[in-house]
Design a protein around this ligand. Structure first.
Ligand SMILES: NC(=O)c1ccc[n+]([C@@H]2O[C@H](COP(=O)([O-])OP(=O)(O)OC[C@H]3O[C@@H](n4cnc5c(N)ncnc54)[C@H](O)[C@@H]3O)[C@@H](O)[C@H]2O)c1
Length: 454
């Protein structure tokens, strides 16, 4: 559904009028295209005090941007704050960013690199946790379509010294137009990363073809006939994956149209069917490199008015079938080593929502699944497990929301607009990258830094 307000503020008279009325001013966000794959300008690399990790400059170069220590109008600023270990050290964060934050180009990116707060050193933990509040506040105030994130590098636990090497895929995503609708996020990289070959944790799998990093991998996307699932299927196909698009038999026509458009295989199947995992395995005889649980439904009612069948159907589609098929496909070895599982939560599962006790329970359950299974799936199967938590995304699901609630959902975030299905799809594709081995057990909100559950 078109966001008419965004169009209005894109015109000179509309901008004038809405400014006079003190209304939100959403900036047009630039998404990835083949012609414009990178941000438009250099990357300013700053350090607060002394860095505690090696390899930051190398990791930054994978962004494709020109890395510099001085720039008049940077498209991105990366502040290495890994060495900040005391409250006094936070002064270095201010000293580094205060003079340059105004010069950030519209639609720019700020990424702060931190470390995992230490359980043994409460001064370091306080200083590093402070970066979270800092970044979340910065995301709310920089405006003009710019975003801010914190990436934590697990300094203490990396054998042989801390390195930003494993942050490559994450920085590539955050420092690009692909992350246009992601802001105010904290991403904690793991040091016990599986690798595709041995699962020995020796580091990320290198990408052989940067234009098609998923070449040779089969990706299955549930709920792929339309909306976010169709966008995920499209982006994974763009990245070179062989895609199997799954949706309910009742959506067969739409599913086949989507699959044909993408050169994908259509798999009409209800994900709640008892033999769903067997049929998925049969459709992917060479195994799955990527499994995306995207299918989801809502059956909204306040708890006092909610019959048991509405409760049960939402839990069954959104959570139980995800748990069941994941368990069975992992056990059968259908998900190959180096594989990626990406599930779909929601900010409703973080913030809660009136009329959505069933839906929010199912989506919070997804977060529990990801956090618990991620480390074990890595250790036992060499597979990562992560989730996206979309905010307000423009799809048929949100088009059905009543007008005023819809408008509130669109504006109540730092970017003052709804996201597009492709924004969620790009986040899924980042999780799916072969070199995203250190990204595990994470829940990434794709919500423009929604105020809900913030
Ligand atoms: N749109 C949003 O703003 C938003 C926000 C947060 C989370 N999400 C989540 O993102 C996912 C996709 O949402 P969407 O907006 O694209 O929804 P949508 O309703 O447009 O698409 C969902 C797809 O899932 C399919 N599906 C439903 N039940 C299925 C089953 N049993 N087996 C197989 N396929 C099934 C549907 O047929 C449909 O094609 C869902 O999990 C949803 O909860 C969406």
């Amino acid at each position: 559904m078109a966001d008419r307000y965004l169009h209005l503020t894109g015109t000179a008279p509309g901008r004038f009028l809405t400014r006079r009325l003190g209304l939100p001013q959403p900036a047009a966000l630039r998404r990835w295209t083949l012609e414009t794959p990178h941000l438009d300008g250099p990357l300013l690399h700053l350090t607060a005090g002394a860095s505690a990790v090696t390899g930051v400059a190398e990791a930054l170069r994978t962004s494709g941007l020109t890395v510099t220590e001085r720039a008049d109008r940077p498209a991105a600023i990366v502040l290495d704050a890994t060495g900040v270990a005391t409250a006094a050290g936070l002064g270095d964060v201010h000293a580094a960013l205060h003079p340059v934050v105004r010069s950030l180009a519209p639609g720019g990116r700020i990424v702060v690199l931190g470390t995992v707060p230490s359980p043994d050193d409460h001064h370091q933990a306080a200083a590093q946790q402070a970066l979270e509040g800092f970044v979340r506040s910065l995301g709310k105030e920089i405006g003009r379509g710019s975003t801010a994130q914190l990436v934590r590098i697990p300094v203490a636990r990396i054998p042989g010294g801390a390195s930003a090497h494993a942050a490559g895929s994450t920085l590539r995503f955050l420092l690009s137009p692909r992350s246009a609708y992601v802001s105010g996020q904290v991403i904690e990289l793991t040091s016990t990363a599986p690798d595709s070959g041995s699962g020995s944790g020796s580091g990320p799998t290198p990408i052989t073809d940067p234009a098609a990093p998923l070449t040779g991998r089969t990706a299955l996307v549930t709920g792929a006939a339309r909306g976010i699932g169709a966008a995920v299927a499209s982006v994974l196909a763009r990245d070179g994956a062989r895609v199997i698009a799954l949706d309910v038999p009742g959506a067969r026509e739409e599913l086949e149209r989507t699959a044909d458009r993408l050169g994908a295989t259509a798999l009409p199947l209800d994900i709640t069917a008892p033999d769903a995992a067997d049929r998925i395995a049969a459709a992917a005889p060479d195994g799955l490199g990527v499994l995306v649980h995207n299918a989801g439904i809502t059956r909204d009612r306040r708890l006092a008015n909610m019959p048991a069948d509405r409760w049960a159907s939402v839990i069954e589609v959104n959570l139980d079938s995800v748990l069941r098929t994941t368990d069975e496909l992992l056990k059968a070895g259908t998900i190959t080593r180096g594989g990626r599982i990406v599930a779909t939560a929601s900010i409703a599962g973080i913030a809660g929502n009136t009329g959505q006790t069933n839906y929010a329970a199912s989506k919070a359950g997804i977060i529990g699944l990801v956090r618990s299974l991620g480390p074990r799936a890595a250790a036992e199967h060499g597979v990562t497990v992560n989730a996206v938590a979309p905010g307000f995304i423009e799809t048929k699901m949100t088009a059905a929301v009543p007008l005023f609630i819809r408008e509130a959902g669109r504006r109540m975030n730092s970017l003052s607009q709804g996201g597009l299905p492709v924004d969620v799809a790009e986040a899924v594709a980042w999780f799916a990258q072969p070199d995203s081995t250190a990204v595990n057990g994470q829940v990434l909100r794709v919500c423009g830094q929604s105020l809900l559950g913030a």
